[in-house]
Design a protein around this ligand. Structure first.
Ligand code: MGD
Ligand code: MGD
Ligand code: SF4
Ligand code: MO
Length: 664
């Protein structure tokens, strides 16, 4: 009999699972599984984390700080690394001001302690920061405009729905723990309708699956709205809770249903089917992330929100327009709120070109943590060029990336199996604690990392001061001490976990009781139909603009690089084969390239070598790829996607770029 240790997954994923690490008699890790009696995790994990042990044990894992010398990264100890970082950052600050330094953090870990980097750099500068959010920015801005807040009905509330509309979301890949809830709802008699230009596996669960042209959702939603108005199928109580009804209605009447259907490239029967979905109440609308990754992304989400509002599906059990769960709401965020704002910000979606263009002072240094912007941000080749041109780039990561390839200093940190943190989820209302279930490399692997029975010590103090990978907080504290800012982040990992969860504890869910559902989160939002907007009502969209993407004879496909089950963004669990990435297209849209043949994908920005895969079920205007390919591994789709911001919220219009295939 081996042993089992439990922790929580810190990846950028809606689910935040309860993980079990199984070890054999010799204490060697054997497998990762989901905790069976956890109400969210239900005993299973996604593909990428089930296979995470391969990544955990990968030979290229960073095990010591490294400095670039003559183009190569060479090991240096922690003292030298932190001295170098502190002295260089201090020098640049005194010569050029704190604006010459950028702090960038992304979704490598959703742990709240990882975010403490923001605190240190605000005190040290404040330094240049980022604005917008390429992940959920467009959708969040939409819901904040419409409802005043962006939050979701309880996950279990789907069991109260008669109809569930899953719009622009692919749970089989991007949030697998939604699936058991959908299946249960369906078994209870709920109808499920999916909307996606790509026929994803979700279609298997759906009673109807609508496939508009990419970015056609805005037109589709207005077609549905027009039908609801025309047929008197709107809900009086729902309408009474809305502002700008006339303006929204006028927009819906700009075209007839036929015209909207044509614009969305769907048959009128699909518009009718969707209208019925909102009438057969209560209807839960689940808004996916795919919609927001377009120039008209925020507007599109607003058009969907409006459908939920006018059809009377807000404020009722089984209803709602759920996009994102406020994962930080459970925590005491005073330490973040009190911070001075950054003196200037680089728009995240336009990172490469904007960093290159910064003047007075130009950017000289960057501290990058929990992110791989050199692969994951649009126009990634320019991101790499911009970072390469800086004097000093520090990257805190676990494994090599395109970003560490341009770093001057790499600081190794802990993986999700070694980490210790507190976590909220963006796909449910649960709050969790992560605890180390494995020692980081360079530690004696037989060290009893966690006493599972007593759950103590919470964070093995003997890790502190080690030569191997370090906790993000320890790295920051090491830097803070050398910057003369020791007070800013003082306290142990444990102290910080308690500090951030203090009010949660007072509400009945102390650290010891985690995981727990945040007892303060309502199950149904806006039950009184009062909204946190200036009018107290739903602010319906009422200005006419539509900037839907267009293809042309020259560029007939829209490059859609989406999540793959095999990876978390650029973090592949299994080693890559170094071959060109795959692109899936309809055989008629393959430029004559055979199934499995080599091609080149060309945009106005550049070209990318690809392997072509035929799919007769694909739309003829979509080139489907996996997001997260790295230049160092054979090709990065973001190299040919330009840096374009969404209409609101500072998202990135990742899916709007027209491309063509050419033989190679
Ligand atoms: N396996 C895996 N899971 C992940 C991630 C990962 O990298 N790998 N990433 C995580 C992250 S960072 C996030 S933000 C979340 C969400 O990350 P995503 O995986 O982006 O989430 P989805 O909501 O599934 O959105 C993608 C879906 O939107 C569809 N779509 C694209 N364009 C349109 C359109 O114009 N209209 C409509 N209706 N649909 C469209 C795509 O075809 C796809 O099915 O998932 C997380 N989950
Ligand atoms: N074309 C295209 N591009 C996209 C998207 C898309 O749909 N299409 N999706 C976008 C979205 S939604 C997102 S959120 C971004 C994701 O962009 P990123 O967040 O930059 O993505 P990752 O590749 O996951 O990079 C995270 C890095 O953090 C490291 N890491 C892991 N754990 C830790 C830790 O505990 N501490 C630290 N410091 N580092 C750690 C990982 O090794 C990895 O290198 O990508 C965006 N890019
Ligand atoms: S990545 Fe998501 S689905 Fe996979 S184990 Fe982590 S939280 Fe669960
Ligand atoms: Mo994301």
């Amino acid at each position: 009999m081996g042993t089992v240790r439990t922790t929580s997954c810190n990846r950028d994923c809606p689910d935040t699972c309860a993980l079990e690490l199984h070890l054999d008699n010799a204490g060697r890790p054997v497998s990762l599984r989901g905790v069976r009696d956890d109400p969210i995790t239900r005993g299973f994990l996604c593909e990428r984390t089930s296979r995470f042990l391969a990544r955990q044990q990968a030979p290229e894992r960073f095990t010591t700080p490294m400095r670039r010398v003559d183009g190569r990264l060479v090991p240096i100890g922690w003292d030298a690394a932190l001295e170098l970082a502190a002295s260089t950052l201090r020098r640049i600050r005194s010569e050029s001001g704190p604006e010459a330094i950028l702090h960038y953090r992304s979704g490598g870990s959703l742990g709240m302690l990882t975010a403490l980097a923001d605190v240190l750099f605000a005190h040290f500068g404040p330094v240049t920061g980022k604005s917008g959010d390429i992940c959920s920015g467009a959708g969040e801005a939409a819901q904040e405009d419409d409802f005043g807040v962006c939050d979701s009905h309880d996950l279990s509330d789907l069991l109260n729905s008669r109809t569930i509309v899953v719009w622009g979301k692919n749970p089989h890949t991007s949030g697998v723990h939604l699936l058991p809830v959908l299946r249960e709802a369906k078994a209870n008699g709920a109808t499920i309708v999916g909307v996606d230009p790509v026929r994803t596996r979700l279609a298997e669960l759906c009673d109807a699956f609508v496939r508009p042209r990419p970015g056609g959702d805005h037109a589709l939603a207005f077609g549905v709205a027009r039908l609801l108005f025309e047929r008197g199928a709107t809900d009086p109580r729902g309408l009474a809770a809305c502002a700008h009804v006339d303006g929204f209605r006028a927009l819906a009447f700009e075209h007839d249903v036929d015209g909207w259907a044509r614009r969305a490239d769907v048959p009128v029967s699909d518009v009718e089917r969707l209208a019925r979905a909102f009438v057969e109440r209560p209807t839960a609308l689940l808004v996916g992330w795919g919609l927001g990754r377009r120039r008209n992304g925020s507007r599109t989400v607003r058009a969907l929100d409006a459908l939920a509002a006018i059809s009377g599906n807000l404020g009722v059990p089984g209803g709602g327009a759920s996009f994102y769960f406020q994962r930080r709401a459970a925590f005491d965020l005073d330490v973040f709120r009190a911070l001075p704002d950054a003196p200037r910000k680089v728009r995240e979606a336009c990172f490469g070109p904007e960093v290159l263009a910064l003047r007075d002072p130009p950017l000289r240094a960057a501290w990058i943590t929990a992110g791989n912007p050199a692969s994951m941000l649009p126009d990634s080749a320019t991101v790499r060029r911009a970072l390469s041109g800086l004097e000093f780039v520090v990257v805190v990561d676990t494994h090599p990336t395109d970003t560490t390839d341009v770093a001057d200093l790499v600081l190794p940190t802990l993986t999700l199996l070694e980490d210790s943190d507190v976590l909220g989820a963006y796909g449910n209302h649960w709050v969790r604690e992560s605890r180390p279930v494995l020692a980081p490399p360079l530690f004696p692997q037989d060290a009893d990392v966690v006493d599972v029975a007593s759950r103590a010590p919470r964070f093995a103090e003997r890790f502190v001061g080690s030569p191997g990978p370090r906790h993000e907080l320890e790295i920051l504290q090491g830097l803070a001490a050398r910057l003369g800012l020791s007070d800013v982040l003082s306290g142990s990992v444990d102290d910080w976990k308690r500090r951030l969860t203090a009010s949660l504890g007072r509400s009945g869910a102390p650290l010891e009781a985690l995981p727990a559902r945040d007892p303060r989160r309502p199950k149904v939002l806006f039950a009184d139909l009062v909204f946190a907007t200036p009018s107290g009502k739903v602010e319906l969209l009422h200005e006419a603009v539509d900037d839907a993407p267009a293809t042309s004879a020259d560029f007939p496909l829209l490059l859609t690089a989406v999540s793959t089950p095999a990876a978390q963004a650029s973090q592949h669990s299994l080693p890559r084969d170094g071959r060109a990435p795959r692109v899936v297209v309809h055989p008629d849209a393959s430029a004559g390239i055979a199934d499995g043949g080599d091609g080149r994908l060309v945009s106005r920005l550049g070209a990318l070598d690809v392997r072509v895969v035929h799919d007769p079920a694909a739309r003829r205007d979509v080139a489907l790829m996996e997001k997260g390919g790295m230049a160092r591994d054979g090709g990065c789709p973001n190299d040919i996607l330009p840096a374009v911001e969404t209409d609101a919220g500072g998202g990135a219009a990742y899916y709007d770029e027209p491309v063509r295939l050419e033989p190679r």
